[in-house]
Design a protein around this ligand. Structure first.
Ligand code: NB4
Ligand code: NI
Length: 185
């Protein structure tokens, strides 16, 4: 299983590389990675397991964060208690087909499992995206996302492009955002 010891941190060169596209069929190794990324998110969101293994909670984890420079990321946005997850997928070669002009940012700012410090500030992103990706069997999917799940996916796709969330925070005033940006509670 993946633990915090397997997650590389800010300063590691892999986090700043553009990750490689995958081809199908996926190797057994990459299929196992997909499973391990999602398992980490499940474990990290389980209070008992997270405490036992000292996992920081996560709603996304990208392959480059475990030092695998390939275009794969897991996303697990939980639903309300007892409900199905809002978005639970391993994305292979994800691309944003189109995005809204409307921007949105999480009120709490963002954190990253590869960044061991608090970086305050808003991270303005597209509020709505049309996402295209491939699943582990090589089937293509297209789905529109908005608000919280859209933000999570953009944070993860950034990892595949060597971008970290604080790259988007305004250096002079971390809480200034483009006019009209929605602040998501
Ligand atoms: C990715 C997110 C940072 C901002 C927003 C949030 C958490 C991460 C990083 C957008 C994407 C990981 C991957 C959370 C969290 C809400 C849901 C369900 C129950 C606890 C969990 C806490 F943990 N970010 N952490 N950061 N990253 N919400 N939640 N809750 O996930 O670095 O690249 O379990
Ligand atoms: Ni991150």
């Amino acid at each position: 299983m993946i633990t915090m010891d397997n997650i590389i941190r800010e300063g590691h060169p892999t986090l700043r590389k553009r990750a490689e596209k995958l081809t199908f069929p996926l190797s057994e190794e990459n299929q196992k990675l997909a499973h391990d990324l999602m398992e980490f998110l499940e474990n990290s969101q389980d209070e008992k397991i997270a405490e036992k293994y000292h996992l920081r909670a996560g709603v996304g984890l990208a392959a480059p964060q475990v030092d695998r420079s390939i275009r794969m990321t897991a996303v697990l946005v939980p639903g309300a208690e007892g409900e199905d997850p809002i978005f639970k997928h391993v994305l292979v070669n994800p691309t944003i087909v189109s995005e809204s002009v409307q921007k949105a940012a999480l009120a709490e700012g963002e954190g990253c499992l590869s960044v061991d410090r608090d970086v305050p500030g808003y991270v303005p992103r597209a509020d709505r995206i049309k996402l295209r990706w491939f699943d582990l069997d090589g089937n293509e999917h297209v789905q529109r996302l908005k608000d919280y799940p859209a933000i999570v996916v953009q944070h993860e796709i950034d990892h595949l492009n060597g971008i970290l969330f604080f790259d988007h925070v305004n250096k002079d005033n971390p809480f200034s955002v483009p006019e009209g940006t929605l602040i998501l509670e």
